[in-house]
Design a binder for this molecule. Structure first.
Ligand code: SF4
Length: 263
């Protein structure tokens, strides 16, 4: 892993994501190295030629966070990295940022694939408002190893979700990206429903930059799914996703779950 400390003007970014005023990405790059990672586009904007998942810039902000700016503001940690990548254990940038967010009384949403978030329970409990969301594209450990090799195992991620829930904090599950023919979304709900009732779903968005990489993986591991991927991602046929959405909505209604579906 190539690690650098980089100076940035401001750690805060005004958010274009609905529901959030600001986004904070304490790092550039992500050692979790998910094969479908949409944040890989960051390489282009940050002068990185190295493959995604092989570098990590630890951001050092020139301007301190101004508490008044963040007072009761909705802040997302993170949109283009994981706040609890394994190097957070050493560099503690997310932990330092949380201390500022407590002081500012910000409303914080965390999105992670890492059990390391439980290290910061002491701080999370002090936030004015906090939701800890865990992402799962699958709860099958073989799938995780294939598509999210650097993340916490499914077992430890589920244990972390349980720990956060048992500590009395709000939790959510981001079932995303749903990999057509691979992700078992009902299994994700069944494994996590004791610890949350808030679910968000998103589909796999195969941007041209990594379409080839992902389709090669499908050809190798799931050749029987190639026609389905071709229909969805090459021909733009969205009937599979429409059906999937209807199934999730019907299930959520029957199970009395709060769901948001972003596709
Ligand atoms: S955890 Fe998120 S940011 Fe990190 S590689 Fe995976 S999808 Fe990308």
């Amino acid at each position: 892993m190539i690690i650098r400390h980089v100076s940035v003007k401001n750690i805060l970014t005004k958010s274009k994501i609905p529901g959030f005023d600001f986004v904070i990405n304490p790092y550039i790059g992500c050692p979790h190295n998910c094969i479908y990672c949409y944040a890989e586009y960051m390489r282009k904007f940050t002068g990185h030629n190295e493959p995604w998942g092989t570098f990590l810039d630890v951001k050092i902000a020139q301007t301190p966070i101004k508490p008044a700016v963040l007072f009761h503001a909705d802040v997302l940690l993170c949109s283009a990295t994981d706040p609890y990548n394994p190097y957070e254990e050493k560099y503690q940038r997310t932990r330092q940022i949380l201390q500022h967010l407590i002081y500012a009384q910000a409303k914080v949403s965390i999105l992670t694939k890492s059990a390391l978030v439980t290290r910061d329970l002491d701080l999370l409990k002090q936030l004015y408002q906090c939701e800890v969301g865990f992402s799962f594209s699958s709860v099958d450990e073989d799938v995780r190893q294939m598509v999210e090799p650097g993340t916490s195992t499914i077992t430890t991620r589920l244990e972390a979700l349980a720990t956060i829930h048992q500590a009395g904090l709000s939790t959510a599950v981001m079932a995303a990206p749903l990999l057509p023919g691979i992700s078992d979304w009902k299994a994700i709900i069944e494994a996590t429903s004791p610890y949350t009732s808030t679910y968000r779903f998103d589909s796999l968005n195969l941007r041209p930059g990594f379409q080839k990489k992902f389709i090669s993986l499908i050809a190798l591991r799931y050749p029987q799914l190639l026609p389905l991927y071709s229909e969805i991602y090459l021909k733009g046929n969205n009937s599979y996703l429409k059906t999937l959405k209807r199934e999730i909505q019907a299930y959520a209604l029957a199970q009395n779950l709060q769901v948001e579906i972003f596709f």
